[in-house]
Write a new protein. Structure first.
Length: 100
């Protein structure tokens, strides 16, 4: 699975900046995102929640400690990548009997 990458002044940066002052309800984020010119912000919310930068608690989204660290990197103009999901591979080895 590929990790998400967020860039300075992008949708992810906007979302983290919006949440830095406290939790915000989903509907409010969607309306403000649209007004700010960020289309389909719902996908960014889902990706950032999966990456652990934001959490959904009691009807509102809030920053995590990881999200605060990501926001600091974005404010410095550096891109932030979400954690790469652990990919589990399984290997099956079949014994073949070879006729002699």
């Amino acid at each position: 699975m590929k990790a998400s990458t967020y860039h300075a002044n992008g949708k992810g940066h906007w979302l983290l900046e919006r949440l830095v002052n406290g939790p915000v309800e989903r509907d409010e984020l969607l309306v403000e995102g649209e007004l700010a010119g960020h289309r389909k912000i719902v996908y960014v919310i889902a990706a950032m929640q999966t990456d652990g930068f934001i959490v959904h608690r009691s009807r509102a989204y809030a920053l995590t400690d990881t999200g605060v660290a990501a926001l600091d990197r974005l404010r410095a103009g550096r891109a932030v990548a979400g954690p790469v999901a652990e990919v589990r591979t399984s290997v099956r080895i079949f014994d073949r009997q070879v006729a002699a």
